[in-house]
Design a protein around this ligand. Structure first.
Ligand SMILES: Nc1ncnc2c1ncn2[C@@H]1O[C@H](COP(=O)(O)OP(=O)(O)OP(=O)(O)O)[C@@H](O)[C@H]1O
Ligand SMILES: [Mg+2]
Length: 416
């Protein structure tokens, strides 16, 4: 029996999945590996199931039956994928095939929901489901702005699947466990646009953090007296979402997303990592993927890896400097289109903080070229929380889907 519908905001990033399901936020690398040889598979013993459930994303072994996923192999995720030594399935930040066309998006979306539900079922019942676990979901996800224009409709249809379920099968146990997911309401937004919703709906402590972040970069008091609320409720904004594979320039005019003026640059912080990776490989370092490198850079080094870490960081910094020029150049182009009416610029996403030292001043001087009698604050947000703006916005959108749909149904009934 399917219980209450769940609410899911899914930001399927080129680098990391950020998911919010019924208020629980998860983040894990956007990777999977396909297993071509599953003959020697040992099922988990009954008394180990509890431990498995606590770390389900990093342990699960699942296959899919869904229009979102063409290949039917069993896949591993998270740490188990990273440490399997098998070829990683990653979003290719160079190939121009978008997120809406590759299996990985569907794989990550469905696996995240299935894992969440199985974990929840086990927590409540302390056993595996005896039959199919049925799940109804209201879900919002996003595509890069450039991809949205051409592909959002078809991508949404795949989730909706004419009302038929998507099936995720867990192979970790004595017998397969099936999770059946039906998207009763689904929505596809633009990346960067959803982050802006995350900002607009920000509350107390978060608003204060936004204000602090903004003010600290204007030491001459230009922003004194301005509140967090003033900043996030500006009607004409440019949001720069620095992701791993794309940078989305999301423009809002008169409080609404302006699709004509918004655009995507098809490079992100991942291209810094990729260039660092090739340099390191030339030097003989054994890194295989940018994911491995990113995890290495973002975790504290041990006394044994400190020297290596420092060297890797140095190589990476010279790439960051080069990339800072590219991003500020691209921002100038966007700015020459929209600079006349923009009131606040927000910079966020996982790439924001690593690039700050190279990018912030460059952005500021580009913006200054457009006249200095305008106060145009650049609100540069820390990656630790601003990576989650898209998913928080998507979650808010997903929460409203049922209500909006029933509202519009009532209206059509009335109109008849
Ligand atoms: N605390 C952190 N943990 C992990 N990665 C981080 C952190 N801070 C910055 N990063 C960097 O941020 C990048 C990922 O950013 P983000 O999660 O915004 O991208 P994404 O949404 O996955 O990609 P895209 O928007 O292109 O689809 C990675 O390249 C990573 O190196
Ligand atoms: Mg992103």
């Amino acid at each position: 029996m399917a219980g209450q519908p769940i609410v899911a905001g899914l930001d399927l990033g080129n680098g990391y999945v950020k998911a919010n399901i019924n208020g629980l936020v998860r983040v894990f690398p956007s990777i999977a590996v396909k297993q071509f040889n599953t003959a020697h598979h040992t099922p988990i013993a009954e008394d180990e199931v509890g431990t498995f459930m606590k770390d389900i994303i990093n342990q699960m072994d699942v296959s899919f039956s869904s229009p979102l996923v063409r290949s039917t192999e069993r896949r591993l995720f998270g740490e188990r994928a990273l440490k399997s030594g098998l070829n990683l399935e990653e979003f290719d930040v160079f190939a121009r095939i978008g997120k809406s066309e590759v299996d990985l998006s569907g794989v990550l979306a469905l696996a995240t929901i299935a894992a969440d539900r199985l974990q929840d079922y086990y927590e409540k019942n302390e056993k595996l489901p005896a039959s199919k676990l049925k799940v109804k979901a209201d879900m919002a996800t996003a595509l890069p702005i450039g991809e949205y224009k051409r592909h959002a409709k078809a991508y949404l249809q795949k989730y909706v699947n004419d009302g038929a379920p998507h099936i995720v099968t867990f192979h970790n146990f004595e017998r397969p466990v099936h999770v059946e997911i039906m998207f009763e309401h689904a929505y596809v937004a633009n990346e960067g646009e959803s982050a802006q919703y995350g900002l607009m709906l920000a509350k107390d402590a978060f608003l204060e953090m936004i204000r602090r972040e903004a003010v600290k970069r204007f030491p001459n008091g230009e922003l004194d007296g301005i509140t967090g609320k003033d900043l996030v409720s500006a009607k004409n904004t440019l949001g720069i979402d620095i992701g791993e594979g794309t940078i989305d320039f999301a423009v809002f005019s008169n409080g609404r997303f302006n699709a004509d003026a918004s655009s995507t640059m098809i490079q992100g912080y991942g291209s810094v990592l990729e260039s660092t990776l090739s340099k390191l490989q030339e030097e003989g370092y054994p890194y295989k993927s940018r994911k491995e490198l990113s995890e290495f850079l973002h975790n504290e080094p041990s006394p044994f890896t400190k020297r290596k870490w420092t060297h890797v960081k140095e190589v990476n910094q010279s790439e960051e400097n080069r990339f800072g020029d590219v991003v500020s150049g691209e921002t100038s182009k966007v700015f020459s289109r929209v600079g006349g009416f923009i009131e606040v610029i927000f910079v966020f996403g996982g790439g924001a903080t690593p690039l700050e030292w190279s990018l912030f001043e460059k952005l500021q001087s580009r913006v200054a070229e457009f006249g200095d009698d305008n106060l145009l604050p650049i609100v540069y947000l820390d990656s630790d929380f601003s990576r989650f703006l898209n998913v928080q916005g998507l979650y808010q959108v997903a929460q409203r889907l049922r209500q909006t749909a029933s509202g519009s149904k009532k209206q059509t009934v009335k109109a008849k």
